[in-house]
Every structure is written in structure tokens, then in C-alpha cells.
Write a protein that binds this ligand. Structure first.
Ligand code: NAD
Ligand code: ZN
Length: 341
């Protein structure tokens, strides 16, 4: 079968001769409908954050069940499902709570399919346990694939700040890409705080306005922090969610977050932060959340089924993967690219 394989830093190739796996025990073989193209893949491909292994890329996967192992219960051929991406041990306390993203054994294992183990940028994908599948009912797997990360990750990050997102507060979203454009929609649905969006091009700022941002600021402007403080007034933003994670955006976040606020860094942009008590207001919680839980993925599917969130997708063929990564690198993908076998 055809697959997009990672062979090492800066080495991604399409192969046509990978063997179609067959499921045993609790394993499930999925016929892939769509595999989302996440910026995290670029951190793998360009920066080598996963090394020493060859695997099929793609950690945002959806499709139809093709074949089940003998021990699988509750699923049958043809069911449309999402693959929950962060694969934990399945047994520790966080995993029992469905927080496999914070599995006690994370440091001993690959992060999941497409992140060290074979992922979904292929015609078929072997999922190691039926526990990792979530039914999507009548959603189209091509459109639904990015829900597993581009929607789940911001959803989980926003949920932990919900008690602070009151109608008289401001929330800032930095980076209106694959994750950020869904974050704006989730915020619009789940809270009444005024939304300020930051990106680096006018096109993305206009996009943000369509998705619920009341104000937009170009974060490349030298006075970006001042512009945001002019909007919020003296109290500054209650919550800042940074979907870039570069030193410059973390620095911006520290200047615009208010007392007792949340500064949430989702982006894996390799930024450095040096604590400065004269800049960071008292009471700020700085967090770096990772992905979300399985039950939160069910909640995200609920939002999509009710048409409260809509991921802007651009479809491409598996053969185009290398070009698509290049477009993503150059900031030329609006919303999310999805590879369709
Ligand atoms: P993307 O490439 O689709 O979007 C990035 C957006 O940020 C683009 O719109 C770009 O123009 C904008 N941007 C770049 N530099 C900026 C700056 N200085 N100020 C404001 N905006 C800027 O990326 P994505 O797929 O949405 O991923 C975003 C980040 O989140 C990546 O680093 C990715 O690895 C990370 N990520 C983290 C998790 C997690 O669980 N923590 C999960 C998925 C992705
Ligand atoms: Zn675990």
C-alpha cells in the first residue's frame, strides 16, 4: 500500500510497497478517509524531535473500519471513527481517566501513530487497540480527521481556563493556523469573553475576524503589546493562548496577560522563557498543555455534530505530501490540509 514515510530528519518519501497490516487480538485495521497535516510534523521532519525510527507520518486520522481482531467488541466493518492520537499504556491512573496524553509511561514509549509509530498518511492504518477509536456517526472522515488534534488540543487548553473566561474579560489567541482557527470558534461557542487574535499576515487577521475575533493585532508590529493593552485597558487579558510558542510570542504573552491570568503555551516553536518577576504579573499560571483526553475528543465530536465548529480544510493526495509540508512551512495553508488516499 501507499504511505508517507519519515526516514529521518529532512527525509520524507512516498512509498508504494508497504505491506497492508492485518489486525490481531484487540487491534483494528482502518481504511483511512483523511489524515490531517499538523505543524508538529514539521518539528519532526525539520528539527528531529523524534529520531532514530522510520514510520508512517500522520497523527490526525479518521476512516472506516476495514477489519477487526478477534477480541474487538462494539465495532464492525464500515463504522466511521476517529483515532485518538496520544497512545498511553492504557492502564495507569491518567489513562484510566482517559488522559492518555499524560500517561505515566510517556517517557518510555513512542507518542503514538505518526509520532514514532506508524500513522495514518497511508491507505490503511493498524490501530493497536479498539479503545483508541471514537465513533463519528454521520460526520465525513475527511472533514473530521483534524478534530483529533487541531480541535481537541485547543478545546482542552480552553476548557482548563473556562472559569476565568467571563463576559467582561479578554482572551488572546496568538496564531490563527490549523489549531488557532478552531480555537477561535471554540471560544466563540463556549464563553463570552472578547476575543483578540494575533497573527503575522493581514489575510490571517481577516480570517480571524470571520471566526469570531472582536479585535486583531499583527504580532510583528513593534507596539503589538501596547495595541493589545489599549484594547483591554489596565487589567490586560485574563487568558492568553499561544499557538506558536516562539520566544517572541511567549514574550508578548507575558506583557499582555493580567494579574491572576492564564498564559497557555500550546505551540512547540522552541521558545525560551526567562522568569522576570518585574514583567509577569502576580498569580499568573503558565502552562504547556499537551493534546487532550479521549472523553474530551467525544465532546469535540459533539461540537462538530452540532455544527458549532467547522474546520477549514484543503484536500490533497498522499502523493502530494512533500509539497504540502512545504506549503505549511511557508505559511501557505489556510486552516488545515488533509491528505486523502
Ligand atoms: P500552523 O502552521 O497551521 O499555524 C501557525 C500559525 O501561526 C500561522 O497562521 C502563522 O502565520 C502563525 N504565526 C507564525 N508566527 C507567528 C507569530 N510570531 N505571531 C503570531 N502568529 C504567528 O500550525 P498548527 O498546526 O496550528 O500548530 C501550531 C503549533 O502548535 C505548532 O508549533 C505545533 O507543533 C503545536 N501543536 C502543539 C500541540 C500540543 O499538544 N501542545 C498539538 C498540536 C500542535
Ligand atoms: Zn498510561
Amino acid at each position: 500500500m501507499k504511505a508517507v514515510r519519515f526516514f529521518g530528519t529532512n527525509d520524507v518519501r512516498i512509498v508504494n510497497d508497504l505491506e497492508k497490516p492485518s489486525p490481531k487480538g484487540d487491534e483494528v485495521l482502518l481504511k483511512i478517509g483523511g489524515a490531517g497535516v499538523c505543524h508538529s510534523d514539521l518539528h519532526i521532519i525539520d528539527e528531529g524531535i523524534v529520531s532514530g525510527v522510520t514510520f508512517t507520518l500522520g497523527h490526525e486520522n479518521a476512516g472506516w473500519i476495514e477489519e477487526i481482531g478477534d477480541d474487538v467488541k462494539g465495532f464492525k466493518k464500515g463504522d466511521a471513527v476517529l483515532v485518538y492520537g496520544p497512545w498511553g499504556c492504557g492502564h495507569c491512573k491518567p489513562c484510566q481517566h482517559s488522559n492518555e496524553n499524560y500517561c505515566d509511561h510517556q517517557s518510555e514509549m513512542a507518542y503514538g501513530g505518526g509520532l514514532g509509530l506508524n500513522g495514518g498518511m497511508a491507505e490503511y492504518m493498524l490501530v493497536p487497540s479498539s479503545r483508541l477509536l471514537v465513533p463519528i456517526h454521520d460526520l465525513d472522515p475527511v472533514v473530521a480527521a483534524p478534530l483529533t488534534d487541531a480541535a481537541l488540543t485547543p478545546y482542552s487548553a480552553i476548557k482548563r481556563s473556562l472559569p476565568k473566561l467571563m463576559p467582561d474579560e479578554y482572551v488572546v489567541v496568538i496564531g490563527v493556523g490549523g489549531l488557532g482557527h478552531v480555537a477561535l470558534q471554540i471560544l466563540s461557542e463556549m464563553c463570552s469573553s472578547a476575543i483578540i487574535a494575533c497573527d503575522i499576515t493581514q489575510e490571517r487577521l481577516d480570517f480571524a475576524k470571520k471566526l469570531g475575533a472582536a479585535h486583531v493585532v499583527n504580532s510583528m508590529d513593534k507596539d503589538a503589546a501596547e495595541q493589545i493593552r489599549n484594547i483591554t485597558g489596565i487589567k490586560k487579558a485574563k487568558v492568553v493562548i499561544d499557538f506558536v510558542g516562539a520566544s517572541s510570542t511567549i514574550d508578548l504573552g507575558t506583557k499582555i496577560v493580567g494579574l491572576d491570568g492564564d498564559l497557555t503555551i500550546v505551540g512547540l516553536g522552541g521558545g525560551k522563557y526567562e522568569y522576570n518577576m518585574n514583567v509577569l504579573p502576580f498569580g499568573v499560571s503558565m502552562t504547556n498543555p499537551y493534546w487532550g483526553s479521549r472523553t474530551e475528543l467525544m465532546e469535540v465530536i459533539g461540537l462538530a455534530l452540532q455544527k458549532k465548529i467547522k474546520i477549514e480544510i484543503q484536500k490533497f493526495k498522499l502523493d502530494e505530501a512533500v509539497e504540502v509540508y512545504d506549503k505549511l512551512r511557508k505559511g501557505q495553508i489556510k486552516g488545515r490540509a488533509v491528505l486523502v488516499p
